[in-house]
Each structure stands twice: as C-alpha cells, then as structure tokens.
Design a protein around this ligand. Structure first.
Ligand SMILES: [Zn+2]
Length: 373
C-alpha cells in the first residue's frame, strides 16, 4: 500500500514538474516576443538607423551599384570611372555607393510616422570656406581671413614625430595633418628601404607664392609658370594641407622625386593617410595644372580612399557629391578607418547627424558632412 502511495506521489510530482516546465516555456516565449516588440519599436523611433542598415546592404563596388540604383546623373564622372576603373576599386579597399532613393524614403516614413523631435544643426557662412575639402584652383581663391583662426600652423621640423628631411627650417603645415604626414613618410621610406623622403615645400603665404611665381617666370618663362605655379591667392599651399615631397640625400644634395620609386609608392598609397596626389596627368584639363608627381594634398582618409579607388580628382569628387548625394541619400564609403556616410548640402540647416561627424566647406556653394557610422 505504502509502495503504491509513494509511486502515486512520484507520478503526481512528475506531472507537476511537467506542468511547471510547460508554464515556464510559455512564459519564456512570451517574454521573448515582448522583447522583440520593444526592440522593433525602438528601431522604428530612430528612423536613421534603418536607413543605415539598408545603406550598408547596398554598399558594394561602385561599378555594380551605378547600374542598379536610380541615380539621376548618368553623366556623372563616377559612373564612367566606375565602369572603366573597376580594377582600381577592387584593388583599393574603398568602395561606396549612394543610397538608393527607395531606401531613404523608407526611413522618411518611419520618422514621420512618430512624433520624434528632430534636432538640427546650423551651418555658418564661414564654414563654407574652411575645412579639409575646400577646393582651391584657378577659379577659387583661398580665403585667408576665414581660415586664420583654424589653420593652426605647426613647424614641421620642431613638431615631426621622427627626423625626416625638411627643405627649410621654417616650413609649416596645418597642425591637424602633421601626424598623418609623419606616418605617410615613415611608411614610404620603410616600404622602399630608403630614409630620404622629405618635404621640399609646405605652407606658403600669399607673399611667398608671389615670390615663387616671380622666380618661375624669371627662370623658366611665363608659360612654364602658368603650367606649374598657381597664381598667388589661388595656391593649395596657402591651406597648410598641401606639401611637395622631395628626395634629400645625406650629402646634402637633392634627387628627383618624380623619377623616384618613392613617387610611385606615394601615388598608390597616400590615400591610406588621407592624402591625394592632387595633379595627375589625366586630369590636367580639369585641374589646369600639369602633372605633378610631388604635390600631395590632405583631404581625410574616406575621401582620399574614394577618390583613389574611382580615379577622381578633387574637382570631380566634389561635383559628384554635389550632384548625387543628400542627407537622405549619402555616399557610403568603407575604408581603413571605418565606414562613413558622406553628403553634400547647400542648406544652412541640417538634421543633427547621429554619431561623430566632420564638416567642411567646398569653398564656393555648400558643405560636405562626413559621419562615422
Ligand atoms: Zn605643390
């Protein structure tokens, strides 16, 4: 009898355990469903996140994206460069694509469906003429006054992180590019097994550029000066973001940078450090400056990476951003330093970007916003 009872008890206990496990299972499923619903609502409330997900999904090589997306300008330099330059795009790690209009409209409706207060950022007139992407060429002068407070010039020889040759004691660059310049020169010398890559020209005042111009005219004639020397006030060297590289031997003599293997290395690798070879042979019609193997200009890593991968000079790149991007349809670029959303705007008020962002003017009509995503 007692045995029967204990068996019965065990059966009952077993049954109770089964019920308890089933109830717990149902509770877990319910909890998971609730958590999923809350996450979904939270995502909906931050409409921007959704669009960045779809942007990343559409982030692939330019050659394939230019045929698939509804970009308005079929004449853009990038779509033509994309089809012929796909090998460059795959050689470099930088790829990118403008988000399709469909992706941005999804995020718009998600935002307007809720009553989220949109924070905005006001852009100033001064910011249009300052920053890493300002275009200085024969048509666009450098604004000395507006850049005076931000240029933060540093003496290269006094501030360099290791001792590489600097042509003149007084050479300076904008403080914010110095560490990138140091790293680029170190990497070049290391790759080439040399120790003679150095700086043959850096920041120039308007007066100094006048002297460079006058010397070039006196020595080589006016037609040479027009080809290689910028008119005072219209030189990238005024920005502190540009340097001319040189070869400096231990005995004090100088070599030809253009003819050195270091020039080839720089052409193909400067973008890792945010620099572009500004005046290429095949862009002379646009830049109005002849081929210069030695002149490098800082623009920032994601921009340099995209320009290199798609064979765009600064004029073409800024045109591309202006004609093909907006805050709702940014260009997505993935490079050594991360993934970035980049767009052009002429508006003085933008929605506050989510995450860390940088602002630069184009030195004429608007702004380029670069957001780390
Ligand atoms: Zn130069």
């Amino acid at each position: 009898m007692s045995e029967m009872n204990s068996r019965e008890r065990r059966r009952r206990k077993k049954k109770q355990r089964k019920i308890a496990i089933t109830v717990m299972g149902i509770l877990i499923v319910l909890l998971a469903a609730a958590a999923f619903y809350v996450t979904l609502q939270a995502k909906k409330n931050q409409g921007g996140d959704e669009s960045s997900v779809s942007r990343e999904a559409s982030s692939e090589s330019l050659a394939s994206s230019s045929s698939g997306s509804n970009q308005t300008s079929s004449q853009s330099p990038v779509s033509s460069a994309g089809s012929s330059g796909s090998s460059a795009a795959s050689a470099g790690s930088a790829t990118g694509s403008a988000a399709s209009p469909a992706a941005s409209s999804v995020s718009d409706s998600a935002v307007s469906g809720t009553s989220v207060q949109t924070e905005t950022v006001s852009l100033t007139e001064d910011e249009k003429y300052t920053g890493d992407l300002i275009l200085i060429n024969a048509d666009q002068a450098y604004d000395f006054e507006r850049n005076a407070s931000s240029i933060d010039l540093k003496n290269i020889r006094e501030s360099q992180s290791f001792s590489y040759p600097v042509g003149k004691e007084e050479f300076q660059v904008a403080g914010r590019v110095l560490s990138s310049l140091d790293a680029m020169i170190a990497a070049c010398d290391q790759a080439m097994g040399t120790s003679y890559t150095g700086i043959s020209s850096a920041y120039r005042t308007k007066e100094y550029q006048q002297q460079v111009w006058d010397d070039a005219v006196k020595t080589y004639g006016e037609s040479y000066a027009e080809k290689y020397v910028a008119v005072p006030g219209f030189s990238e060297h005024h920005t502190g973001l540009a340097v001319d590289l040189g070869i400096f031997y231990d005995d004090g003599s100088e070599g030809s940078f253009s003819e050195s293997d270091n020039a080839v290395w720089m052409k193909d690798n400067s973008w890792h450090y945010g620099f572009i070879r500004r005046y290429a042979e095949d862009k002379q019609a646009i830049t109005k400056i002849s081929n210069e193997a030695w002149h490098f200009r800082y623009v920032g890593v994601p921009h340099a990476a995209y320009m290199y991968a798609n064979n765009l000079c600064l004029e073409e790149y800024l045109d591309y951003l202006k004609n093909n991007t907006s805050q709702d349809a940014p260009l997505s670029v993935t490079c050594d330093t991360g993934t970035f959303s980049i767009f052009y705007t002429a508006d003085k008020t933008i929605r506050k970007p989510e995450g860390v962002y940088e602002l630069s003017g184009d030195n004429s009509s608007g702004y380029i916003v670069t957001i780390a995503v």
